[in-house]
Design a protein around this ligand. Sequence first.
Ligand SMILES: [Zn+2]
Length: 304
Amino acid sequence: MRYSRPVRLIFGIVILIAFGWYMAQWMTNSVMSNDVGRTEQSPAAAAPAVQAAPAAETTIEATPVEAAPVEASPVPSPTSAPTRPEELKAAALGLPAPPAINIHDWQYVLVNGDHPIEPLYYQPETLAYLNMVGDDTDIRTDYDPNRQMVDISIAQPLIDMVQGCRAAGLPVYLSSGFRDYGSQQANFDRVCANNGISDGKNAEGNYITMPAGCSEHQTGLCIDITDVYHEIKNDSIAEVPTVQWLAQHCAEYGFILRFPTEKRGITHVMGESWHFRYVGQEAARYMTDNNLCLEEFVDLYSEV
Ligand SMILES: [Zn+2]
């Protein structure tokens, strides 16, 4: 069968156009395949579907790379993960992150039977003399035997706590604050003689009086508080409303109940419901919330 010349000519032109269109499509897709960032249109280029597919895969891989900086913005995650040694120690004990403090600051000093004060005859640089029942809020620095002595650093928080307690309708008596080395020695000798002991410990092996140099009272950072009706300090003090109020609220003022009875296995001091120690609000809240005594708190920050 033979076609006329015009028909053959038209047929040839159609073949050429078709070939040209195919070549144009092929070149377009080659360029797009190299442009990994912009292949959304390539699926529309129907013919070379096989080539479009890998381009689409490349796009999927490329997307997370672009999205990465957005996801990397969770800067909080590395920050919130425990990094400080004390955080790791606390986490291992199931405790929340302890305060970011310098454990060597003055308010955290640990003085006990195993850690005598340094130097042994230490005295606070400035003593404050406070009204023993909170009738005035003066902070005096002149010696006055009728007022109670503490390191001046804790005078204001102590006054605030005393006034808070009085505002709750409870009487306060500041029974004992700073005691120097010599006073503690006399105190120790007297209590030992009265109890027929020589090491200051009861039958349970816990201190009822501290040897000179091992008493926290020498730091000037603690205070024995009872009420005006209970000057003698014994177990019955725990039932006194003043002491109960203080135990409940002392952390708000930066104090802790230093020798809870249930911690005597760690402190090696008998329960002293009247002895409050200043450590600052942050540490006091952490210790109180997590039921830690000062020994346990300081140990979180120890380097060994
Ligand atoms: Zn005391």
